[in-house]
Design a protein around this ligand. Structure first.
Ligand code: N01
Length: 553
């Protein structure tokens, strides 16, 4: 591999950039979250390539680096929200609670980065703004916000699915005299709500986690709800010594389980059908699942995501719980007025969310009935009232999946921009590569299971597939890999078919469909056919010498 220069570290690259030279590496990785860290380790330490990570933040963590909002916690159980590639790492790390809280995930990812000596090849505070492919040189020219340029043979985006904040365009926001924050861009030194009148817009997974914590210290919290949402109690607890011991003895088995379940979680979906069960049995099973808590609730029956009548039984049970918990019937009615099937939107899990509406200092505004019209210096104005506020919290989600990629000016062969290629919605082969963009890999890109899977499982599979692919290329002296438009078209059909077999597309404002962002094409983005099936398809493609891709020397 003659084009390789001696492996520089991040410091060398920085000084190269300062001196005006263009630094060159084998592989550039954008983002230092779960994906970017593991990708760096694989390419640098397993394949011996010169690889660098460019990261906009000042530390590792990706999504978790930015999402420091009150109550931020993962909804995958901690022992499954881990890398499984290293037995030593599994041996030495110990989670403290059933679900890891944001600071603990940050400690974990820093531990991983330090343990594998990754930080020396990560350039923090470096936001990538452009990536242009040079056909003649077969190199990507990558530009940063600071005006630096780097070239690379392989470009791997590890930008996360939920990293571009969606701040709704509400007139008058710039006139607001108080402070406002988006949960995905939370200040590192926190926000003091003590004695403040807080308005929170948004009741997705984030808003449902944040509201109970904000309400504890705020003088008053007003939650502005546009779409009512289901939520199941997380039932977070400290992990017992017995469970920790069980984990240490069972990693191989847990890994095997996560690799064989549809969603990459360490629990399967029951074979039972809701509609084959008597109402009494169903009620008992739902009660038991409610007590267990967490994402496992949706695994109670096989048909919940496929059959509307089956789904209605879960939806009715959960609406009933809201009415049971929330004491004020008018508030309960607004919270329970849910317009979509259970789990067709990402199902939130919570700690005391509905209970929070029983507090004297919390009120709910139905902004579907009385829409937000504008923001004034004093607060939020809806069609029937003005709410005076000191702080507005936007828990309004993300320009998911495509946003982080399209925020970078990516241009492939013949200057084709990713924005143009995806004008009608994202199209890729296996969520791994886009036609017209050679040697560019998208970790958990649109078209892969990604957000419908326990993320670390999806990430490890993608990173390992990409690593094997690059290794294969090096062994066979292949210089370029690019998927074909036909393979991408066929895969897009497969993604649609998989989604249409479920209730997932039956939601008005789902971010899975891009429908939460005005003007975004309505295309179902993640692959809903299940991680197990997807893993097999990817392995099969590789075994057939990368069928669907053109490999050139
Ligand atoms: O974002 P969302 P999120 N006026 O898009 C409302 C992951 N996650 O940050 O439904 C008024 O789900 C919007 O209303 P509507 C997880 O995958 C994981 O909560 O569009 N309201 C909705 O209520 C999750 O799914 C974890 O009508 C407006 C809310 O804002 C994903 O991140 C924790 C509005 C946005 O909900 C995104 O969750 C947190 C407007 N103009 C997040 N615009 C865990 O692991 C938007 N909304 C636990």
């Amino acid at each position: 591999m003659e084009h390789l220069i001696a492996m520089p570290d991040a410091t060398t690259l920085r000084s190269d950039a300062r001196s005006g030279q263009v630094a060159e590496v084998d592989a550039l990785i954008i983002g230092a979250g779960f994906s970017g860290l593991y990708q760096l380790l694989c390419l640098r330490d397993r394949l011996g390539l010169s690889a660098q990570v460019l990261e906009a933040g000042d530390g590792v963590g990706g999504t978790w680096y930015w999402n420091r909002y009150p109550g931020a916690r993962c909804d995958s159980e901690s022992h499954s929200y881990s890398y499984y590639f290293s037995d030593e790492l599994l041996e030495e790390w110990e989670w403290s609670e059933r679900y890891p809280e944001q600071p603990e995930i940050m400690r974990y990812l820093n531990h991983v980065a330090d343990r594998f000596d990754l930080k020396r090849d990560i350039r923090f505070g470096t936001r990538v703004t452009s990536a242009h492919y040079d056909t003649a040189a077969n190199r990507w020219l990558v530009g940063t916000e600071a005006g630096e340029q780097l070239t690379t043979k392989f470009l791997i985006t590890a930008v996360g699915c939920l990293s571009t904040a969606n701040i709704p365009d509400i007139p008058g926001l710039d006139t607001f005299a108080g402070d406002w924050y988006h949960t995905g861009q939370w200040p590192h030194d926190g926000v003091d709500f003590t004695g403040k009148r807080v308005g929170q817009i948004g009741t997705g997974s984030t808003g449902i986690q944040a509201a109970p914590v904000i309400a504890k210290t705020a003088a008053h919290l007003t939650v502005f709800q546009r779409t009512a949402n289901y939520s199941v109690p997380a039932r977070n607890v400290p992990l017992t010594p017995e469970f920790k011991r069980y984990l240490k003895q069972s990693y191989a088995e847990i890994r095997r389980l996560m690799h064989t379940t549809t969603n990459g979680h360490p629990f399967g979906i029951s074979e039972r059908l809701a509609l084959d069960t008597t109402p009494e049995q169903r009620q008992a099973l739902y009660e038991a699942a409610w007590e267990t808590g967490g994402l496992q609730f949706r695994s109670t029956f096989q048909d919940l995501l496929f059959d509307k009548a089956a789904n209605d039984t879960a939806a009715d049970f959960l609406r009933g719980k809201i009415r049971e918990i929330v004491k004020d019937p008018a508030t309960a009615a607004i919270l329970a007025d849910i317009d979509h099937p259970f789990a067709a939107k990402r199902p939130p899990i919570d700690t005391n969310y509905f209970e929070t509406f029983n507090r004297d200092n919390v009120s709910l505004v139905d902004v579907r009935a009385t829409p937000i019209e504008r923001i004034t210096p004093k607060g939020i104005v809806t069609s029937d009232a003005e709410y005076e506020l000191d702080i507005i919290v936007f828990a309004t989600g993300f320009d998911a999946m495509t946003g982080p990629l399209l925020n970078i000016d990516i241009r492939g062969r013949d200057g084709l921009s990713m924005k143009d290629a995806w004008q009608a919605g994202p199209k890729s082969y296996l969520g791994l590569q886009v036609a017209g963009f050679p040697n560019l890999f998208t970790v958990t890109g649109p078209g892969s299971p990604s957000v419908l899977c326990n993320m670390p499982v999806a990430i490890e599979q993608h990173v390992e597939w990409i690593t094997d692919c690059i290794s294969y290329m090096n062994e066979h002296e292949v210089e370029r890999i690019e998927t074909t438009a036909e393979a991408a078209d066929k895969w897009a059909e497969e993604v649609n078919t998989a989604a249409n077999a479920t209730l997932l597309p039956q939601v008005k404002h789902s971010w899975y469909l891009g429908a939460n962002i005005p003007g975004k094409p309505r295309v179902f983005m993640p692959y809903a056919g299940g991680m197990l099936r997807y893993r097999d398809i990817c392995s099969d493609v590789a075994a057939r010498n990368y069928e669907g891709f053109v490999l050139s020397r």
